[in-house]
Design a protein around this ligand. Sequence first.
Ligand code: MG
Length: 159
Amino acid sequence: MFRIGTGFDVHAFEPGNKIYLCGVEIPFDKSLAGHSDADVALHALTDAILGALALGDIGLHFPDTDKKWKKADSVIFLNWSITQAKKRKLKLSNIDLTIICEKPKINSYREKLILNLSKICSLEHDRINVKATTTERLGFTGREEGIASLCSILLHETN
Ligand code: MG
């Protein structure tokens, strides 16, 4: 049995000096605004897994009105979604993640992001893709107002 899922997320920039992507701290001249650590990539991945499991979305399980998740490490959300998959005897087959922004340039961090996802998800390196794109200076990502992320995943049955 296979289950497919997609996730999408956006976070706006605010004044700061670092952002989190795929659980990796990246020095930058802005931060991402959010109730949690605003890791837009992990949020899209978590939503993709929840989508495949028909479990709603990240906001349903970790509401931003709950003080418990203030400045929370988004790895917690991802781990919870993976645990839900395990409970249903499902395992990640692959991850295809896209990060959409003008800056920071993701290419120099790509390997680090993949390695961290591999570690968190206990998934082989060659089953994880992290892509980066810009929107050719169009729209909110083009104006460097924030970062968007898009993710597709596949889950397969384990025995
Ligand atoms: Mg989010």
